[in-house]
Design a protein around this ligand. Structure first.
Ligand code: CO
Length: 139
């Protein structure tokens, strides 16, 4: 596999509305997309554009959201994952499995919030960072 561009930084927050205000009013973000519910991963999502990558704000959606555990450990929110683009998600999956990486929750790519297939590598195999790999939209 070949590491592609940083697509986004996932940021968990207890309140997307408050997080949007912080990025807009404190940091001067101007390109803020409309938040939307993403029920298949039990999160509410808002993308904020920066000149070279996006921020993906993530708020729990419903009582079963996997984000609740993260927010119990980080009540104010925090960095949740990094997402890099790859050219071939299935070849990447097979290569990572061959290297003994744990893909969570399963090794089957899912459709991510950008509408492209994604995989997640367990943070324990990546130095403490949950890594999302996304099929490059340009491919
Ligand atoms: Co993401």
């Amino acid at each position: 596999m070949k590491l592609g561009r940083l697509n986004h930084v996932g940021v968990a927050t207890p309140s997307i509305d408050q997080a949007i205000a912080r990025y807009r009013d404190t940091l001067g973000a101007t390109r803020i997309h409309a938040p939307f519910d993403f029920p298949s991963q039990k999160v509410r999502v808002c993308f904020i554009d920066t000149p070279n990558a996006q921020i993906e704000l993530l708020e729990p959606l419903g009582p079963e959201s996997p984000l609740h555990g993260f927010l119990r450990r980080n009540p104010d929110g925090g960095q949740h994952h990094l997402c890099f683009e790859v050219e071939d998600i299935l070849a990447t999956r097979d290569e990572l499995l061959g290297k003994g990486m744990r893909l969570v929750p399963t090794p089957e790519p899912r459709i991510g919030a950008h509408g492209m297939p994604v995989l997640f590598v367990h943070p324990k195999d990546m130095g403490g960072i949950l890594v999302e790999l996304m099929q490059s939209p340009a491919h």
